[in-house]
Design a binder for this molecule. Structure first.
Ligand code: GLN
Length: 215
């Protein structure tokens, strides 16, 4: 039976299916999946949640949300996503990781739990829970290189910091001298959670990185 288009469907952005927009996957095993998708869509991308290899195979870029990096590491194996994700990252798939996502993208994790295996897509050493229990969670207003306009309001939740960066990795922001936002040509990572503040400038930067590698 035909449905009345005026009343039948949920509102979607008129160009939500526009194939000229990059398709960005959000790893949907744990964490702020909905918030990342919303921020990416506001920034001009199409998005899908990624739980299966077939979904991962289609995307132009991938976001690894925060959560708990030991759990995410284990779930990557349980959902049989690790091999394809490693292959796609090695092949240049653009990626953005926030907090636990940053930890997963690193080459080396300090204070890692046993069995926690990073994806080694970004030449950085990260320290888990680096800001310590006393300041478990905090907020700071910080300038971020490559993000135009005012300083960013950044929310840190049991956040890592970057202990050292390799060649080709640029530090975009720091707190007390510790890098908290870094990027290489195709991989971006923040210790903080821009998806929860409504400020889409980090997501816009990532959508630009994805768009640049697509053409
Ligand atoms: N401390 C967490 C970890 O080690 C990360 C916290 C977060 O993503 N908010 O995985």
């Amino acid at each position: 039976m035909p449905t009345d288009p005026a009343v039948s469907v949920e509102p979607t952005a008129p160009d939500a299916d526009d194939p000229t927009r990059p398709l960005i996957g959000v790893l949907a095993l744990q964490g702020d999946v909905r918030e990342h998708r919303r921020a990416l869509e506001k920034s001009g991308a199409r998005t899908i949640p990624v739980r299966r290899p077939a979904e991962l195979a289609r995307v132009d870029g991938i976001v690894l949300p925060g959560g708990e990096s030991t759990t995410i590491s284990r779930l990557l194996d349980v959902f049989e996503l690790r091999d394809l994700l490693s292959d796609r990252l090695a092949g240049g798939l653009p990626a953005y990781g926030s907090c636990a996502g940053m930890i997963m993208l690193a080459t080396e994790i300090l204070d890692a739990r046993s069995g926690q295996v990073p994806l080694a897509a970004l030449d950085i050493t990260v320290r888990r829970n680096a800001f310590g229990r006393q300041v478990d969670s905090f907020e700071a207003t910080i300038p971020v290189l490559g993000v135009p306009g005012e300083d960013m309001h950044a929310v840190f939740i049991r956040a890592p910091w970057v202990e050292s960066v390799g060649d080709g990795v640029q530090v975009l922001a720091a707190v007390d001298g510790h890098p908290v936002a870094v990027r290489s040509e195709r991989v971006l990572a923040t210790s903080f959670h821009p998806e929860i503040t409504g400020d889409t400038r980090i997501h816009r930067l990532f959508v630009e990185m994805v768009t640049d590698t697509r053409v």
